[in-house]
Design a protein around this ligand. Structure first.
Ligand SMILES: CC(C)(COP(=O)(O)OP(=O)(O)OC[C@H]1O[C@@H](n2cnc3c(N)ncnc32)[C@H](O)[C@@H]1OP(=O)(O)O)[C@@H](O)C(=O)NCCC(=O)NCCS
Length: 163
């Protein structure tokens, strides 16, 4: 039996990622092989849920982004200035180890990402995500995310609703 995740902290290369398996090869490989470089190059920040003190049970990444105003629904753009695009934070990846799925950890990591983006001193209008498939998009819609017009897999949540 695996220990229940107890904390969400910034990624550290010392944490154990060797057995992490969320069921998606690209998301597993990213955590094992790519994330350290992306953090060093300031391409992405990564936060992890730890189980047993040092084993990664789930992770997500955050980077800056920009959303063309034309991709947002008109009931939202009518309240925004007429800029070509608005600033956003992109959650590029979110993944939970299969041993911990269905226990609220995905929701907890999503909430942590929204809270982190909403309390940043650098302004962003929304958290945006690129869901990897329809099932992932359904997870985000369940949490109140809305579709951007560019694709049904691109979704956003205004950060003012989080604060
Ligand atoms: C999608 C994923 C992150 C969900 O994580 P999880 O820990 O299993 O989800 P949780 O247990 O936190 O679920 C939280 C809520 O979301 C709901 N939910 C979970 N998966 C869902 C889905 N695919 N569609 C709709 N709702 C979903 C749960 O029913 C729960 O609802 P509740 O709070 O009302 O009870 C996880 O399954 C995963 O890592 N999948 C593989 C990678 C992936 O698809 N990443 C998505 C980004 S590309």
């Amino acid at each position: 039996m695996r220990a229940a995740p107890s904390s969400i902290v910034a990624f550290d290369a010392a944490y154990d990622r060797s057995t992490f398996d969320c069921g998606s090869g690209p998301l597993n490989r990213y955590l094992r092989e790519q994330v350290t470089q992306d953090i060093r190059r300031r391409i992405a920040a990564c936060f992890v849920a730890l189980a047993g003190g040092r084993s990664v049970a789930g992770y997500y990444t955050l980077s800056t982004a920009s959303v063309p105003l034309a991709d947002l629904p008109s009931d939202i753009t009518c309240k925004l200035p007429r800029y070509a695009a608005v600033p956003a934070v992109r959650m590029g990846r979110l993944a939970i180890d299969q041993a911990f799925k269905g226990q609220g950890l995905g929701g907890a990591l999503l909430y942590d990402a929204l809270r982190r983006a909403a309390r940043s001193e650098i302004a962003a209008f929304a958290l945006v995500v690129d869901a990897k498939d329809d099932q992932a998009a359904a997870f985000y819609r369940h949490h109140g995310f809305m579709e951007l017009s560019a694709s049904s897999l691109a979704l956003f949540l205004p950060l003012a609703t989080v604060r």
